[in-house]
Ligand binder design. Structure first.
Ligand SMILES: *[C@@H]1O[C@H](CO)[C@@H](O)[C@H](O)[C@H]1NC(C)=O
Ligand SMILES: *[C@@H]1O[C@H](CO)[C@@H](O)[C@H](O)[C@H]1NC(C)=O
Length: 487
C-alpha cells in the first residue's frame, strides 16, 4: 500500500437487536480486536445498540477486551411494542416486524453519534469505518451522506441471504401459478418451491408490512461500500458471487466467527449430565435435535417427533422448548407436550435425553458419539455443525432457513431435509425413515457423513493462517485503513 504510515482505525459496529445478530457481531468484534492487537496502528472498536441490549452485550465481552459499548435512545412503546421490548427474542414472531419498523427511529441518533465521532477522529491519521446490519439498511445512506466508509456484516450465509434478497425484491411466487419458480437474478440457486417461503414471504403482496419494510430496506444495501459474510468461501461460493455481481463492491467471507463464550449461559449440571450421557454411547450413534433458541415446533409436530425418535431406536438428545403458542412460558413441564410415558421409557432404556431450552451445543457437536444434527437450519447452527463434521437433518422454519437447507442438501450434500415449515403435514414414519437414511449404513448415509468430514476440513483450513477467511479479514482491514474521501 502506498500509504506506509500506520493509520489509526475507529470501527463502529451496529447489529440489529436480535441475539442471532448480536452474538456474531460480538464474535467479529473480538476477532478484529485480536487481529489488530500487535499492529502499529491503534484500533478502537465500539458496539452500538439500544439501552436494554447494552448489558447483554457487556456480559458477552471478556474482561481483557477494550471494546466499548454505546447506547442510542430508543422508546419501544412509541411503536406499539410492549414496554421494554428491545430484542427480537423477547417478542412473539408476529411483532418482529414492529421491531424492524421501530429500528428506523435509530437513524437520527446514529447520525448524531457518527458526526461526533468524526469530529473526535479528525486528526488526519484516523480512518473511521462502520459495520452495519442487513436489517438496518439505512446505515449505508447515513454513512454515505456524512462521508464514512461502511460495510454490511451478514450473520446469515451468502446463498441464504441472496435468495432472501431476490425474493423480497420481486416476489416471484406471486407471478406464477406453478408451485415452484426460478429467481430472475439468481437462477443458479435452482428451483425454489412455494413451500420454501417463510409465512410472511408467502403471504406478501407488496402492500403488507413485511413487503413494505423489505422493499425499502434491501435497496439501501447498495449504499454499503462492501459486504462481510459470516461464511466460508469454499461452501458458499455461489452466494458470494451473486453478491459480487449485483453490488459491484468487495465481498469478503470471514467466517465462521464464533463466540467461544457459549458456555456461560447454561448450568454446569446440564453440561456434566450431557457429557456423561454422551460418554456412555457408542461412536456416531446419537441424533441431536435442537430448533435453536427462538424457534418452536407445533404441539402436533412434537408428538410426531417424539414417536419418531422412540421408534427409530436411535439414541438422541432433544432440546425441548414449549410448542408454538406457548413459547413465552418461562417454566413448563415437558410432559404436557409429549406422549404419555415417553419420558419414563426413554430414561429407563437410556436411549434418550431431554434437555429443557438450552444444551451445550458445541460440546454435543464435538462429541464422537454424535452422528447427526436435526436442526432448524439457522446459519449459526449450520456453521457449528459443519465445523465439527456433523451432517444435518434439516427442518427449516423461518427467515432464510429454507434456503440454507437447499444449500446444504442440494449444493453441498451434507443434509437430508426431514420436514419443512411450521405447518407441514409430517408424520412419524417419514421422520423415522429420514433418520435411518442418514444414521444407518445406507449409501446416502455413508456419502453424507463422508462429505460432512470433508467439509469440516475445508472450514478448518479457512480459519487457519492464509486460509480464505483469514485472508478475507486481512483484506477487509487493509481497505478499512485507507481513509475514505468525503463525497
Ligand atoms: C450473551 O449474553 C446473553 C444475555 O446476557 C446470554 O443469554 C447469551 O447466552 C450470551 N452469549 C454468549 C455467547 O456469551
Ligand atoms: C415513549 O412513548 C410513549 C408512547 O408514545 C410515551 O407515552 C412516553 O412518554 C415515551 N417515553 C419517553 C421516555 O419518551
Amino acid at each position: 500500500m502506498a500509504d506506509a504510515k500506520p493509520r489509526n482505525l475507529r470501527i463502529v459496529m451496529f447489529p440489529f437487536m436480535a441475539q442471532g445478530h448480536i452474538i456474531p457481531f460480538v464474535a467479529l468484534a473480538l476477532g478484529l480486536e485480536k487481529m489488530m492487537k500487535n499492529r502499529a496502528a491503534k484500533t478502537i472498536i465500539s458496539l452500538v445498540n439500544t439501552p436494554l441490549n447494552i448489558p447483554k452485550l457487556r456480559s458477552n465481552l471478556t474482561h481483557e477486551s477494550s471494546i466499548s459499548l454505546i447506547e442510542l435512545p430508543f422508546n419501544s412503546s412509541a411503536y406499539g411494542l410492549p414496554h421494554e421490548a428491545e430484542n427480537c427474542d423477547a417478542l412473539p414472531y408476529s411483532l418482529v416486524i414492529s421491531l424492524l419498523e421501530a429500528s428506523k427511529s435509530l437513524c437520527e441518533p446514529f447520525r448524531d453519534l457518527m458526526q461526533k465521532i468524526l469530529k473526535e477522529e479528525d486528526d488526519g491519521k484516523s480512518s473511521v469505518m462502520v459495520i452495519g446490519d442487513f436489517f438496518l439498511g439505512w446505515i449505508g445512506k447515513v454513512c454515505k451522506e456524512i462521508g464514512v466508509a461502511t460495510v454490511m456484516f451478514s450473520a446469515a450465509g451468502a446463498f441464504g441471504l441472496g435468495c432472501y434478497r431476490s425474493i423480497w425484491l420481486s416476489l416471484p411466487h406471486q407471478e406464477t401459478k406453478q408451485d415452484h419458480f426460478l429467481l430472475d437474478d439468481f437462477p443458479e440457486a435452482g428451483e425454489i418451491e412455494k413451500t420454501q417461503l417463510n409465512s410472511f414471504m408467502l403471504e406478501a403482496d407488496g402492500s403488507d408490512h413485511w413487503s413494505v419494510f423489505m422493499q425499502k430496506n434491501i435497496p439501501g444495501w447498495s449504499d454499503y461500500d462492501g459486504f462481510l459474510f459470516n461464511t466460508v468461501s469454499e461452501i458458499d461460493q455461489m452466494g458470494l458471487s451473486y453478491f459480487r455481481r449485483i453490488t459491484g463492491v468487495p465481498v469478503w467471507s470471514v467466517g465462521p466467527v464464533f463466540h467461544s463464550l457459549d458456555k456461560k449461559t447454561g448450568s454446569r449440571t446440564t453440561e456434566e449430565a450431557v457429557k456423561a450421557w454422551l460418554d456412555s454411547k457408542p461412536d456416531c450413534s446419537v441424533v441431536y435435535v435442537c430448533f435453536g433458541s427462538v424457534n418452536s415446533i407445533s404441539q402436533t409436530h412434537m408428538l410426531e417427533l417424539a414417536m419418531a425418535l422412540e421408534s427409530s431406536e436411535k439414541n438422541f438428545i432433544w432440546v425441548v422448548r414449549p410448542p408454538i403458542g406457548a413459547e413465552a412460558k418461562s417454566e413448563f413441564d415437558v410432559k404436557e407436550y409429549i406422549p404419555e410415558g415417553f419420558e419414563e421409557r426413554i430414561t429407563k432404556s437410556e436411549r434418550g435425553l431431554m434437555v429443557k431450552r438450552w444444551a451445550p451445543q458445541v460440546d454435543i457437536l464435538s462429541h464422537k458419539a454424535t452422528c447427526v444434527f436435526l436442526s432448524h437450519c439457522g446459519w449459526n447452527s449450520i456453521l457449528e455443525s459443519l465445523s465439527h463434521g456433523v451432517p444435518l437433518l434439516g427442518w427449516p422454519m423461518a427467515g432464510e432457513q429454507f434456503f440454507n437447507s437447499i444449500l446444504m442438501e442440494k449444493h453441498i450434500g451434507v443434509s437430508v431435509e426431514v420436514a419443512r415449515g411450521k405447518r407441514c403435514d409430517i408424520k412419524c414414519d417419514e421422520i423415522v425413515s429420514k433418520i435411518k437414511l442418514v444414521v444407518e449404513e445406507t449409501d446416502v448415509g455413508r456419502e453424507i457423513r463422508k462429505k460432512a468430514k470433508d467439509v469440516k476440513e475445508l472450514v478448518r483450513r479457512a480459519t487457519e493462517d492464509s486460509g480464505s477467511s483469514i485472508i478475507g479479514l486481512e483484506d477487509f482491514l487493509g481497505q478499512a485503513m485507507v481513509k475514505k474521501d468525503k463525497n
